[in-house]
Structure formats: structure tokens, C-alpha cells
Design a protein around this ligand. Structure first.
Ligand code: ATP
Ligand code: MG
Length: 214
């Protein structure tokens, strides 16, 4: 493949990457919400977009299934991001990684030094690091979705999850008790591609860089 393959996930990352692509002179010619295609053409014969799960973007780029891609910091931290060149914080798909508990749960007492807490999350690596930094013993329960349910059913004391407006937490009588980190999406580039396709990738990084919001 001599052209450039970009890995994006459907939804907010795809939508919020469109203006950056436009700045690079690239218009995606198909709509992923109506098309069932997983490979989308663009206005540039040498650029195509592959649609993958958000958590699969680093894997595609790392292994050369795509030359570059856009992935959330959450996904990159969980994945490890080894061998990925991460030249830009694109400041898109912004949210935060937080700890939330039931509104009647005494979090301050639960995290006293040397205590133990049960935490349900999709982000086990970030959660493990966070509680280890605090000196709190944690029993991690890996979930793949609907984290909010865990404290309500007694599965866990707390959750570690992405929060943007906080509406979902509120609707489920949960409160955000700690902000772990701010999250946004990054451009990731395959190291070998950076050498072999240096010019078009340099141009892409340059154009994206000039169009980052705020
Ligand atoms: P799915 O929702 O299809 O199960 P996903 O959660 O992996 O998959 P998205 O919801 O599209 O995929 O999230 C992609 C990225 O966008 C996340 O990795 C995160 O960085 C960011 N993100 C997730 N939720 C929000 C949010 N509520 N507001 C802003 N950015 C978010
Ligand atoms: Mg999601």
C-alpha cells in the first residue's frame, strides 16, 4: 500500500477528526453512519480511512494495518502505546477520567491509607496506577460497559470511568469524587511508516497541527 491508511473509530472521534482532515485537504467521501463499508475513500486517491473499534486503533497502527490513527489518551494508556509515535494532542473528544461512587457512599473513609476498596472499570491499568499512587489497596473488577450499574448493584464501591457532562452519573445517583486526569485524543503514527512515507505523513501532521481546536 503506497498511499496512507488512517485508522479512525466511528462516532465522536470520526466526527471530530473531519475538520482536521479537511485542513489537510482530505474529505471523506462516504458517511460511516449510513454506509456499511469499513474502508472509506477520500477526495485524495492516496488516502483512505479504515473504521475500527476505538480500542483497536493503537493495535492497527502499531502493526502497520494503518499508517496513522486517532486514539483517546484513555485507550493509549490502557494499550501501553509501545512503538507508537504520538506527535500531537489533537484536543478533540475531550473528557476526564474520574472516580465515582453512590451519593450515599463515604469515599473519604473508604480510601484512608491502608484501606481496601472494590473498583469496577474498563480502565484497569489507569485505575490500578491511581489507587497505587494513593496507597489504597484495590480489588479491580473488569467491565466492558455500563460501569454506572456496579455501585448500584453492590458489585463495587466505586467506578473509574470517563465523564464529560456528568449527566449519566447524576441520572444514576452517582457522584464524581475524584478527577484522575483530563482526556483528549492523540494522533498516533506507525514508526516504520514515518520513515517510508515521510513526506505525506509530515504534511498530515503539519496540517493537523495547524487545525487543532482552541
Ligand atoms: P463504544 O462507545 O462504541 O463502546 P468506545 O467507548 O470505545 O466504544 P467512543 O464512545 O466513540 O468509543 O469513545 C472514543 C473515545 O472518545 C474514548 O476513547 C475517549 O477518549 C473519548 N470519549 C469517550 N466518552 C466521551 C465523552 N462522553 N465525551 C468526550 N469524549 C469521550
Ligand atoms: Mg463510548
Amino acid at each position: 500500500m503506497s498511499g496512507i491508511t488512517l485508522a479512525l473509530s466511528k462516532g465522536r472521534i470520526f466526527e471530530e477528526t473531519l475538520p482536521l482532515l479537511k485542513a489537510a485537504g482530505i474529505e471523506v467521501t462516504e458517511d460511516p453512519e449510513t454506509s456499511r463499508k469499513l474502508i472509506l475513500g477520500t477526495s485524495r486517491a492516496d488516502v483512505r480511512v479504515v473504521l475500527v473499534r476505538a480500542t483497536d486503533v493503537p493495535t492497527y497502527v502499531q502493526n502497520g494495518g494503518a499508517d496513522a490513527g486517532v486514539a483517546g489518551l484513555d485507550v493509549l494508556l490502557e494499550h501501553g502505546g509501545a512503538n507508537l509515535y504520538q506527535p500531537l494532542d489533537l484536543r478533540i473528544a475531550r473528557c476526564r477520567m474520574s472516580v465515582a461512587v453512590r451519593d450515599d457512599f463515604d469515599y473519604a473513609s473508604a480510601v484512608r491509607q491502608g484501606s481496601r476498596i472494590r473498583v469496577a472499570t474498563k480502565y484497569t491499568s489507569i485505575a490500578r496506577q491511581h489507587f497505587s499512587d494513593k496507597g489504597v489497596h484495590v480489588d479491580l473488577i473488569k467491565l466492558y460497559g455500563s460501569m454506572e450499574l456496579a455501585p448500584l448493584t453492590g458489585l463495587a464501591d466505586a467506578i473509574v470511568d470517563l465523564v464529560s457532562t456528568g449527566k449519566t452519573l447524576k441520572a444514576n445517583k452517582l457522584v464524581e469524587v475524584e478527577r484522575i486526569m483530563d482526556i483528549s485524543s492523540r494522533l498516533v503514527v506507525n514508526q516504520a511508516a514515518l520513515k517510508l512515507k515521510r513526506e505525506p505523513l509530515r504534511a498530515l501532521i503539519e496540517a493537523f497541527s495547524s487545525a487543532i481546536p482552541e
